[in-house]
Write a protein that binds this ligand. Structure first.
Ligand code: ZN
Length: 491
């Protein structure tokens, strides 16, 4: 983690100033300003287009209400001010993937502004102020290929006009880890409120970082570079750490930092120059003449706010206060949607189970197996609930329960069936246990003598021998009690 920034001790001499811009593809059935379907994964190129998203002359855009509602919901979720009046602006630039020569966006009046997001880091909770969240449309996609020995650029407009939300922070972030944690928390928030699937790998969530450094103690900001093409959370942290280090080395060598856009090269683990950075005034923004200002009534806003589900931060706090979980366990459960669902699902069918025990199994065995298999759907909550009840009732041991769970995970066989098939029910029958204990006592006179001469630890050894003799099926608690009874009586 942050290995690049550690090499020259850059972070001791320089302070990094980082702002993050995130684009999220919103979860809607149709595109931002037309009726084309957003189901473009695996579709033939240019099969999901119409005159509107192809930017043909004379067409008129219509606003996707669901996309607007997702941005408003995000605004409430990040404690932002949601605008009562917003407007659409044209952002003008020429690029082959932008058929109209402009993008419809929100510049002067974003839907949400002045928000914040708080999340945990290795150095404690950290809050980032969010400047704005606004709505815009996506561009098409250029594909560079070779056809018949010639290098060509192909264009696919399926993505053109997809609804995008851009979320911009204030430059509050100081480390690569904070940047990564911010992006992770925002991704969790997007998924929780259903605004976006936010998969980085397929471009549904794109993270860009503005990075500059300044000598510690200096107020004035250094020249920033923009880093993009980071396709995973790990890449976000590494790219920013690399960029901080690169700038420090350059400044130490007397070089000037250029304002530029740099890409992250995953295979080389370094950033590279892509192009000089455009200034905002290069875009010649002006109000979109084809769309009226967007008015949000108080009733509509209240309705959207009332629909919000429990947010991750609230849920973490509730798990601690309601179930007595540690902050760490609550974090692990809430940060993973499958873990949250499993925890809640087990408690729903087994309301009398101890929440701490359920949390231990979900964060431990369940997540371990799910991560190794890359799939957590092999376990259904009721089966885990059955298993935990068997442990609680003393019918199987904790050790055997882990084996049962692993087999259930691998084969999908029911927990009760596995316990029966393997003959794993604990021996809790006093008569059967008594026989095993008597045999062990008779076979281990030295340990018995040790105990009677005051070495209490000998009991542990004898319990172990009984467990071994019963192939781990004896109820350890009962063995312990019965052993002491016999040893104390005979002394
Ligand atoms: Zn269209």
């Amino acid at each position: 983690m942050a290995e690049a920034a550690g090499k020259s001790g850059a972070l001791e001499r320089y302070e990094a100033v980082i702002g993050i811009e995130i684009h999220c593809q919103l979860r809607t059935a149709s595109k931002m300003f037309c009726g084309c379907s957003t189901e473009i994964d695996g579709a033939a190129p240019n099969s999901h287009c119409c005159p509107v998203c192809l930017g043909l002359p004379g067409v008129l855009p219509t606003i996707n209400k669901t996309a607007v509602e997702h941005v408003i919901a995000t605004g409430f979720a990040i404690e932002a001010t949601v605008a009562s009046t917003t407007r659409w602006d044209r952002k003008n630039y020429f690029y082959p993937d932008l058929p109209k020569g402009y993008q419809i966006s929100q510049y002067q009046l974003p839907l949400a502004s002045d928000g914040r997001l708080t999340f945990e880091t290795s150095e404690g909770p950290f809050t980032v102020r969010i400047r704005r969240a606004h709505l815009e449309e996506d561009t098409g996609r250029l594909i560079h290929a070779e056809l018949g020995g010639r290098r060509v650029s192909l264009i696919d407009f399926n993505r053109s006009g997809m609804p995008l939300m851009e979320i911009v922070t204030e430059p509050d972030i100081r480390t690569a880890e904070q940047a990564r944690r911010y992006a992770e928390e925002l991704r969790l928030l997007m998924r929780t409120i259903g605004a976006s699937d936010a998969e980085m790998e397929n471009g549904q969530m794109r993270v860009e970082a503005n990075v500059s450094i300044r000598p510690r103690g200096q107020e004035r900001l250094g020249t920033r570079t923009e880093v993009k093409n980071m396709n995973s959370m790990r890449a976000v942290e590494r790219a920013i750490a690399f960029e901080i280090e690169r700038q420090a080395v350059a400044i130490d060598a007397g070089e000037t930092i250029r304002m530029e856009t740099r890409g992250w090269d995953e295979s080389r683990q370094s950033t590279y120059h892509m192009r000089p950075k455009e200034e905002e005034n290069d875009y010649r923004y002006f109000p979109e003449p084809d769309l009226p200002p967007l008015l949000t009534s108080p009733e509509w806003l209240a309705e959207i706010e009332a629909r919000l589900p429990e947010l991750p931060a609230t849920r973490r706090t509730r798990y601690q206060t309601e179930f007595g979980l540690s902050a760490y366990d609550a974090g692990v459960l809430v940060n993973d949607a499958a873990a949250t669902a499993m925890f809640e699902g087990v408690l729903a069918v087994g309301p009398r189970l101890a929440p701490k025990q359920v949390a231990n199994w979900v964060t431990g065995e369940y997540l371990r197996l799910a991560k190794a298999a890359g799939d957590g759907d092999r376990v259904v909550a009721p089966e885990l609930a059955v298993l935990l009840k068997l442990i609680e009732d003393g019918i199987i041991s904790g050790t055997n329960a882990k084996e049962v769970f692993a087999e259930h995970f691998a084969t999908g066989m029911g927990v009760n069936a596995i316990v029966k098939a393997r003959g794993l029910e604990q021996i809790s029958d006093a008569g059967a246990l008594g026989k095993a204990i008597d045999d062990v006592l008779a076979a281990n006179p030295a340990a018995v003598a040790d105990y009677r001469s005051g070495k209490g630890a000998a009991v542990g050894f004898l319990v172990g021998q009984v467990m071994k003799a019963t192939r781990g099926q004896a109820n350890a608690g009962m063995v312990q009690t019965a052993l002491r009874e016999r040893l104390d009586k005979g002394s």
